[in-house]
Design a protein around this ligand. Structure first.
Ligand code: 13P
Length: 280
């Protein structure tokens, strides 16, 4: 069942629980993440970054692929298809392709401009019952080939965004996209606690790969209702593919057939996603 993120996130927030947002990168990713959601019977958010959408062939491909897989694989659990880190134009394209949920990321813009554009996107989303995520402060690391430093979210600015009526807010609390460096300072739980007390709305933790289970638990108790994961599955998938290629004669026994070549890598996505979803 394809849904927007409103109800699943509000329920998770109320119960101090979390819905995982798993980025999808190709057909196999989408299929095996959905099968993991089916087997664990958990709601799931499938995140598509603008560069992933381009790789798939476009936003319509993503929408039709996800809807068709839900139908053919008989997925009963709620599935939200969500644009991840879109600019204004990306949001419009995803909305036109029937995405039920989008993230407008204006975090690199001056605050007033981010706020004004977020309001415009909200007006469009609200009319179409599309859920909306915005971001203030900044998540560190590399996302879609853009490198950023961590900028902590300011409480007064976050309150301005709450007033818009958005459904979820991505916060900068020391989190980083990609692998965490060995000298990482960790999550600023004090700031998260203050943000949650003032905002009382679902908050989003980007850069979920590599955060310990204990820290995830702590985050969920302090208002994080959506956790985004991409790198962890990419690494797992690449390792499985590497191992298969190292240990098998690729040019014999039909190992060159992509359905055989990617089998272990697909299983790795399925198993890792199940492990992630079963945490809570
Ligand atoms: P990671 O790649 O660090 O898991 O982050 C994913 C993410 O936040 C996507 O928005």
């Amino acid at each position: 069942m394809l849904v927007n993120a409103k109800q699943i996130l509000n329920t998770a927030y109320k119960n101090k629980n979390v819905v995982f947002h798993i980025n999808i990168n190709n057909l196999e990713w989408t299929k095996f993440v959905l099968l993991a959601a089916k087997e664990t019977n958990k709601p799931i958010i499938l995140g598509v970054s603008p560069s992933a959408a381009k790789y798939f062939g476009g936003y319509n491909v993503c929408y039709n692929l996800v809807s068709s897989l839900i139908q053919d694989l008989e997925i009963q659990t709620p599935v939200c298809l969500h644009l991840d880190h879109g600019n204004f134009d990306d949001c419009i394209k995803a909305i036109d392709a029937n995405f039920p949920s989008v993230m407008f990321d204006g975090s690199k813009l001056p605050f007033e401009q981010n706020l004004a554009l977020s309001k415009q996107i909200y007006e469009i989303c609200n009319k179409k019952n599309i859920s909306l995520e915005c971001e203030i402060g900044r998540i560190g690391g590399v996302e879609d080939n853009v490198v950023s430093n961590v900028v902590y979210t300011k409480i007064e600015e976050a309150l301005e965004f709450k007033k818009i009526g958005i459904d979820m807010l991505a916060v900068g609390i020391g989190n980083i996209h990609g692998e965490y460096p060995t000298d990482w300072k960790g999550i600023n739980f004090d700031l998260l606690n203050q943000l949650n007390k003032k905002l009382k709305m679902p908050l989003v933790l980007h850069g979920g790969s590599g955060i310990s289970k204990d820290d995830i638990k702590k985050c969920t108790e302090l208002g994080i209702a959506k956790i985004n994961i991409n790198t962890e599955l990419q690494i797992e998938n690449a390792k499985a593919l590497e191992e298969f290629i190292k240990n098998n004669d690729i040019m014999n026994n039909k190992n060159y057939n992509p359905r055989n070549l990617y089998k272990k890598a697909n299983e790795s996505i399925f198993n890792k996603t199940k492990e992630i979803l079963n945490q809570f």
